[in-house]
Design a protein around this ligand. Sequence first.
Ligand code: PEP
Ligand code: MG
Length: 598
Amino acid sequence: MNLPPPFVPQGAIFKGIGIGQGIAIGPAHLISATNIRVHRYKLTNNQMVEKELDRLQKALTRTEDQFVRAKNGLPEELSSQASIFDALIILLRDPTLIKSVNKKIVTDRVNAEAAVNLAIREICAILSNINDPHIRSRLTDIEQLGQALIVAMRDQANGGARPIFVDGCVVAAADLSPAEVSALPVGQVAGLITEQGSQTSHAALVAQALGLPTVMGATDILKVLEHGDTLIVDAREGHIIRNPDEDAIKFYQTSQRALKGYQLEIVRSAHLPAITLDDHRIDIFGNLELVEELPAIIANGGEGIGLYRTEFLYLTRPELPSEEELYEVYRRVVASAAPRPVTIRTLDLGADKILAVSDTEGARQNQALGLRAIRFCLKNLDVFRTQLRAIFRASAHGQTRVLLPMISSLEEIRQSKELIEQTRQELTQEGYRVAEEVPVGVMIEVPAAVILIDELAREADFLSIGTNDLIQYTLALDRGNPEVSDLYQPFHPSILRMIKKTIEAGQAVGVSVSVCGDMAAGPLSAPLLVGFGADMLSMPFGVIPFIKRLFRMSFFEETQKLAEETLRAKTADEALACVKDHLKVRNADYIQGFRLAS
Ligand code: PEP
Ligand code: MG
């Protein structure tokens, strides 16, 4: 393995929390109006309609001005990008779009942002069915246009110009929601920086899913960054270098190449199972956020989907998805992953994942301790039923498992299982094919669930530990808040003991226990989890080959000893020291490589 030597870059270095893989080098693209979430509300009188038409008109004018200004202001080396703006201006003047938006405001009485969003989605849906690559390639332009219009309506007070993304840019924002990250044009964006956010915030998980080198928690960086600054984002170290010198650029370009080579080398063995040197097999699955990730999970050696976070399908749109739409997506995932099992987690809305259709009041209540996940579903039975019907219909196409999030009581499992049984019967009566066996699992991510684990384990077909929330709720720390990220300690003795207790309870009743939170993806924590007895680990696709290789180089018996010893630690530091000490000799090289790559 040929790793570049350590390097201390000169220049303005900012520190944050590194997320995802690798290094990005590119011009800064500052997003000042970060909130592209679209709220929808009804216009109840003619005055409101007039006001919305006026906002739309102003947004159209402002957006066109912005495009013209951006085009004229392009530096010479980017002049080839001018045609993007011409194309956007033509689209912006397209009477079909304007007529459609107007109709939604006047006839359907929908507010201007939601009307634009709906019209753009309708046009994209039509275009995506046309089998002409040229037409389909316009979809991104149209989506960008929609976002620019929506931001222009939000920005009417500050007149903030929002330039169009140039290829290879690094997006910098105060904060982005998971939906906003998922809406970034990945082909154009090379990296991401935010002032807020942390390792296991959902926005970070989406950035990882998109393969974006990301640094979050870079406090106050927007005060100094300027649009167009050259940035290096080193996600491994959590470093951002602003306007680096030639040496730094050369060093990071070399590192990028070395990293790619190293990844390729590891990925070549990704299809091999994770069997330890003393012949113990650990199943390594992938976490899926966006359907587009599925091929990457399989190519990186994922032996199944251990966690399909379904909420992202609900977030970036002005209406709830229909059963048919959900079924189509789930069927595609389940059938493409087959014969590998797919664990579909039911909706985990709430906290930082807020429905675009929720009004401000609803959104305010949807905090981490509010109407989140299973609680939301059990209070919105129509939404829950629609999703369950789609999941069970998809189950006919491949091995499917259902996973219930944020369970904190037996009643929640029983109520959900009753609904599941009703759904199954309904579908069978209606003549749908449904798999005979669809195991129903429970996420263990709330302290109450661990305390009740003996009871819960008896009701569940499998258990999956969500360490991200388990740490958040046990240590009373917001997982997305960089101010407390140093206190967010996976090796905290309370967390380790809870994990051990959960696995023991599962083993006692013959129910498998897996881990799908971020601890499953760490080179220090993954061996510990296996030592505790976890059967399966589920993680972002990028780390699957590394973790599989790590286990192929380990002895199961050693991980068990490590687990025993670490459990005796009284503090997080002691536990971490114990793990590092154990893994030092065998994995020193590996961990250096892992750091290079993750
Ligand atoms: C977890 O909490 O660890 C988990 C896997 O769920 P999410 O990260 O989606 O909340
Ligand atoms: Mg969770």
